[in-house]
Unconditional design. Structure first.
Length: 240
């Protein structure tokens, strides 16, 4: 075999090896792409399934079985001497409210998201409406409402703060005058008295179990015959 033939065979062999190598690389790349597609699709489907599940349930309960006001309920908690709750104040502002049982002071702090700090402070004293109980026990909850405009940029908060005196049965509802412009434009702090919206009584003084009424004259009782029937003749009333 000539030197030329040998060189050609070496070139052909080298080309074939390179071709095989490129083929293996191409298969590897394609397999990697396919695997990435499969993994990515499974991950996306898993997220979609979890998202759909979270949207259709609330704490493991089907959302269509849960009242809408409960789905939007604010957090509340109480202890021996203090109760706290959260409430929506403005479109983008939430308030944190605390009631001190000992002093009767109700205060609310509103967080300014753009400023990263508390910028609003509102306060009142519930003993003015609920009385001066020696050892009061209060409940504190919040509820959504329409924020009526008070004038200019000032509106009532989008929540009412309800305080209940469990000993007397009295309760009161409060709101706060909220100026959204002071938060949005300049982050200016605002402080004001809370507004008493209304108050009432849960437990009436004369409510509760009533004493049984005395039987009407002539009414039948244990071991006592009933009164004579006025529609019957006297002789029939006397018959046994």
């Amino acid at each position: 075999m000539s030197q030329v033939d040998t060189s050609l065979e070496m070139v052909a062999s080298t080309s074939k090896a390179r071709c095989c190598n490129w083929t293996l690389v191409a298969y590897g790349v394609l397999a990697g792409i396919a695997l990435s597609v499969v993994v990515g699709t499974a991950f996306w489907l898993g997220r979609e399934s979890a998202s759909a599940s979270s949207q259709s349930t609330w704490n493991g309960i089907a959302r269509d079985k849960v009242p809408t006001d409960l789905l939007a309920a604010s957090a509340t908690h109480g202890g021996a001497n203090m109760a706290v709750c959260t409430a929506q104040v403005g479109d983008d502002a939430e308030g944190f409210f605390a009631l001190d049982f000992i002093t009767g002071d109700l205060k609310g702090w509103v967080y300014y998201p753009k400023m990263g700090r508390f910028g609003g402070l509102f306060m009142t004293n519930v003993k003015q409406q609920l009385g001066q109980s020696k050892n009061p026990e209060y409940l504190l909850v919040s509820g959504g409402t329409f924020g009526a405009r008070l004038g200019g940029n000032v509106k009532l908060a989008q929540s009412l703060i309800y305080v209940v005196d469990t000993r007397s049965g009295q309760f009161a509802a409060y709101s706060a005058p909220w100026n959204s412009a002071m938060e949005n434009s300049s982050g200016t702090p605002q402080m004001s008295q809370m507004i008493l919206m209304d108050f009432s009584q849960i437990r009436d003084a004369d409510s509760g179990a009533k004493k049984p009424m005395a039987p009407m004259p002539g009414a039948a009782g244990p071991g006592k015959p009933g009164a004579a029937d006025p529609n019957k003749p006297a002789n029939q009333n006397n018959k046994k």
